[in-house]
Design a protein around this ligand. Sequence first.
Ligand SMILES: [Fe+2]
Length: 420
Amino acid sequence: MTDNKELKRNTTAVIFSGWMKNALLLFSFFLLFTEKTEAQYPAEKVPDLEELFPVAKVACGPWIQAVGQNEFTVVWTTNVDAIVWVEVAPDDGTHFYAKERPKYYHSLYGRRVTGKLHRVPVTGLQKGTCYRYRIFQQALLLDKGNKRVVLGDPNGSDILKQLPYKVTTLNPDKNEIRFVMVNDIHANDSVFRQLTKNVHEDNTDFVVFNGDMLTQIESEQQIMDGYLNSACELFASEIPFYALRGNHENRGSFSYEFFNYFPAPGGNAYYAFRHGPAYFIFLDSGEDKPDSDVRFYGLSISDQFREEEAKWLEQVIESSEFKMSPVKIVFMHMPPTERGWHGTLEVERLFMPVLNKANIDLMLSGHIHKHSYIEKGEVNNNFPILINSNLWKTEVSVSSGSLKMQLIDASGKIRKEYSM
Ligand SMILES: [Fe+2]
């Protein structure tokens, strides 16, 4: 029995050993034929951090808006949705990093605003004072509402390789000021660049866009390409511009966004302020044709708008600040001279009687695309009206005793000069 058992065990061991050999052999063949090269094992894909966590960068700007004696607003756009802030320091020779600088935010009723267009009001400033500022943006990486919001790394404007931006508040005590006006650019960016290329180095206090900078406003890109990219490159990060609507800024599906890009002092389309010896009134002359015109598609209510504006204008000329200003200048896109068109007739009916009793020194207009100078009394006007060409700029120097105007073409040649 024992022998039989042992024989059985030995036989089983032999059979098992044979199987094992065969199995090992087969496994070796399997390894041999299934061995993979490095090329067959590509490196694990490294996540694109820029794609996962995009850094918010400036797409256009910043451009300075709504400068007053105690405030200014910084506006810019970013490549991705972001939240932003502005840090402000006095121009006192200290390093920007000398200490914590106050922060100002784009906010709405106590909440910070996310998006690609950013408007940051900086308030509580001193009149006639130069400030340095720096802009910051932080990408909105994830917005799951109340469940989770994730922000990216902050990214600020450079202050090491270049100086921080500077802006100066308005000053009623300044003895002499100078400003530049362009109008009716109609997206002619190359002419715009020629006309405004010296704004910065010429110590300009501000620039006025007196309407019709585009023929219609259909998109942000159109504003950028038409003049805003150039304005920011050339001067607008430090020299403010005031963008007054012409009739054409009322047109196009993006025209409703105009004041989000160009917030005006006081938050309305018409406004006024004092700088140096001059009081400036910016009047919005509205549309040129009757509101019922088929090209306005039932969207225009310029008549009602101008009626409201005329009431505001009556209040402005009664203010002591206006009355006490030695010089009084009015900007209005459509001059009261193109007789026969409805918009101009309304401007004549509503605004001119008010202005004629207000000791205005000068009205500056555009719209006609051709220069002319209308002497006092020519069109029931108690003050001269200077209409700038669409291809020229008007440079104005103001002191309490004089007004000097130079009309300069795109080549830099002085085409006309006036003084009062
Ligand atoms: Fe116009």
